[in-house]
Design a protein around this ligand. Structure first.
Ligand code: ZN
Ligand code: ZN
Length: 264
């Protein structure tokens, strides 16, 4: 069992970094990576972007992870060092370049914003959208996923279909847009994840939904299982359910090998 998408209190997680790695080791993971948020928007910081780590302390974050590696690595456990990057087409390359000065094992590319609209912030944000606004966010979201994959900057793409979090579903069939995004992921030779956090959210569904997992399997896209844990209690949350979902979609290997995650 391995897991690469998790957070500690360097960004918006509840627990200390060491406690997260310790919990993962005790839970029986063979590899575990923290991937705290690094959010640099083209529109500046605001209250909503406070889920990011303090960007001026990036070097310290890396140092702290490396100290955990020294402390916790053993024959049957490996600490991995990652970061979850918000993808914005305007600055993606510059941000990745900045991050890759450090010895990260991988970068996760995630979309939490459609322009300045915070996709996973609150249901009230979605309720306040003008007519047609929900569909616009969905159209833009799938386009951004495709662009993130095409950028070739990331090791894997985070939580596909996140806009469903508060149950604001589109009024159109997004299958073609999702296929275009998956094709870009496949072409980039990168992985994606089944992110179990969605099962604990209003949508009560992992990201992405089963039909997308099935399409990903048909295209031969390597799949990881992530709980996107923000708390020591959640490091392996819904892993059995995720395995079941992957089995149903045709996957026989439940998490892709670390080596298959490409680091640019
Ligand atoms: Zn995320
Ligand atoms: Zn996350």
């Amino acid at each position: 069992m391995n897991s690469y998408h998790n957070h500690c209190n360097w960004s918006d997680g509840s627990n200390d970094m060491r406690d997260m790695y310790r919990a993962a080791k005790e839970a029986g993971f063979r590899e575990f990576g923290l991937s705290d948020h690094y959010v640099k928007t083209p529109f500046g910081d605001n209250e909503i972007t406070s889920y990011s780590m303090d960007k001026s302390r990036l070097a310290e974050y890396v140092e702290a992870c490396l100290a955990c590696k020294k402390e916790f690595d053993s024959d049957d456990f490996t600490v991995r060092l990652g970061v979850e990057v918000d993808f914005f087409p305007e600055n993606a390359e510059a941000v990745a370049k900045e991050l890759l000065q450090y010895p990260f094992d991988y970068l996760i590319g995630s979309i939490h914003f459609s322009n300045e609209f915070p996709i996973d912030h609150t249901a009230a944000c979605w309720e306040a959208l003008p007519p047609g606004g929900v569909d616009e966010i969905w159209h833009d979201y799938w386009k951004k996923i495709r662009l993130a994959a095409e950028s070739g900057l990331y090791s894997f793409i985070g939580h596909l279909d996140l806009p469903k979090k508060f149950c604001f579903y589109p009024n159109y069939d997004y299958t073609d847009e999702a296929i275009a995004a998956l094709k870009a992921i496949k072409a980039a030779g990168i992985a994606m994840e089944i992110n179990t956090a969605g099962w604990a959210k209003p949508c009560k569904s992992a990201y992405p939904s089963r039909n997308i997992v099935k399409m990903a399997h048909e295209m031969g896209i390597p799949m990881l299982i992530s709980s996107d844990a923000h708390d020591t209690r959640h490091v392996a949350r819904f892993f059995p359910e995720a395995e079941e979902c992957l089995r149903e979609a045709g996957y026989s290997v439940f998490t892709c090998a670390f080596e298959k995650m490409r680091r640019k």
